[in-house]
Each structure stands twice: as structure tokens, then as C-alpha cells.
Ligand binder design. Sequence first.
Ligand SMILES: [Zn+2]
Length: 346
Amino acid sequence: MEKMKENKIELLLRKLTNFTACTIFLSFGTGCVLQSSGDLRYYESFFRHENQNTPIQYGKVRVTFLGTTSILIDDGETQILTDGFFTRPSLWKTAFSKIESDQEIIQSVLDKAKIHRLKGIFVCHSHYDHVMDAPFVAKATNAKLYGSSSTINVGIGAGLNKENLELFQVGKPVKLGKFSITVLESKHTPPFRIFGKTNATDPNFPNILSPLSQPVKAMDYIEGGTFDFLIQHGKHKILIKSSTNFITGAFDQINVDVLFLGIAQLSLQPVSFQETYYNQTVQKLKPSLVVPIHWDNFFLPLAKPLEPNLKLGDDFESNMNILLQRTSKDQIQVQLLQGFESIDLF
Ligand SMILES: [Zn+2]
């Protein structure tokens, strides 16, 4: 009852904040930054909306999108997960108070996505929208949490056992069932500024140096390095690139079947960056399928249909259009997934 009351108040405050902010921004003629930056109806042809409820066939790999850069990969025997960010606190909460993982939400996602055979969680960097729930997912499933030293400190702060924590060894494959996961050095999306505030990492404090225990402010989750994941299963390969940035030449020797590509803020970068990003990722890796990720508004719950990122700091339609222009020329298939939607890759 108390929680319902709280939720109602929060909803009212959120509506009020949205209204006030919208009024202010509309009066300046800039359009409301708290609106979605795209209309998914224009991209309907890129959704297959398949419902994969049948058992996974032997040798096949099924992936399920769980918002932002959280992807469940399952071959019917072993499950692995990237990030596992499910709490998705509201914009209001994230901006104005300390945040913490919601165990009920986490458990409901684990149940709905049938995460019962999870062996490893790989965290791409230690900002809150990637790492905050990962230790709690590890606790609930007894999976091992793999990450940078910053992610390990988030795990220790959450009380995760040492046996369930493993520091990334870049370039050295980790074997989990029939999967082989290689962590690759990467780079975070270029920093941006909103209302004079930047999300850039302070060069004097690039890592989370001591165990981080919730509740904490979103800003306390320091990037701590950014990583991509090359996942091999039999003769097939998947690459998961969560952040919109690249290291020149990193993929010179790699080809994959499927690329999960972070597109957040792509169109906010200079045209030369947009082109090089495509060239250094899609063009090098030569996937037959690209699945855009990190496109949804993560201030909204995963239980509802996902919506594109807010205009505040992103432009989904422009990001998609940049990608689609190049992939259609290169005849590469692009597919979007709604929350909890799965596809069988191979
Ligand atoms: Zn980040």
C-alpha cells in the first residue's frame, strides 16, 4: 500500500517535472527534450516480433534482448548474459536521489526470460546502466560475474562471494559450456554535456577503487574501462559492442556472423566519426546480421514495451538512418528487438 502511494506520488512528480520541463523547453522553441527521439512505427519492418517459446534445438543459439545492452545468449545448455541491467530507475530518481537495485524486478526478469542456467555475466563497463544489477543477478543465479576492477568492486560492495567474481583477462578466452567468450579492449561513447554537466570520466579517478555498496548516486558508478565481447559457439561468432566508439584496427582480424551494435548518440558525433565507426565495426566484422542495441529509454521499466531514448541526449531516428543507409548499400540485414524478444541466430 505504502509502495503504491509512493509510486503514485513519484508518477505525479514525474508528470509534473515533464510538464514543467516541456513547458520551459517548448517556450524556447527547442521542442521537448523529454520526448522520445523516435517513433518505432516507422521502423516496424525491422522487428520480427517472433515468439520463441519452443525448446532450443541442439547446436542452435538463441538470443533474448533485455533492454539497453543486456543480452541473454542461450544454447539450451548454457546461458550467458551481458550487463543484466533490469531495475531501470526513473529519470527523476536517477537525477535527484540515490539509486539501488530492485530485487523484485530482477527476479521477475529472471523468471520471465527463463534465466535458470546462467553461468556468466559479462559487464561492458561500470556505469550504473550496465553494472548496477549485475552482482544481484549473479547472487540470484549463482553465475559468475566477469568484469573490470571497477565492476569487481561493485560486486564486492554488493556482498558477492569471491568465487563468483572474476577479473577480465583481455584477449584470453573464457570457456563456459560450448561458448568461448573473449573480452576485447574498447572505448566508451564520447562524453556529452547536458545543462553544463558532463558524463566524462575524471582522469584523476578513472576507476571505482573500493567496494561500492548501494544505495549510491548514479555518478558514483565510474566507467572503469569499456570492453567488447567476442563470443564463439561452434563455428559461429557473435560480437557485442555496447558503446558507440572504436579502437582503430581492433577488428582487423575478426569476422562475425552477428553484430550487436551500440548506436546511442551516433548521430550526435561528427560525420567523420560516424563513418569511421561504421568502417571499423560493421565493415571490418562483415556480419550478415546487425542488431542495434542501447537505443531504448532506460528510465522506463523493462516490463513495458521499449521506447527510443529521450531527445535529451540522443536522436534514435538519425542514429538508425545513418546505420540503415550504410547497411542497405552493403546488403547487411538489420533487425531490432523489443524487450524479451528472442531470435534463433544459427
Ligand atoms: Zn556508459
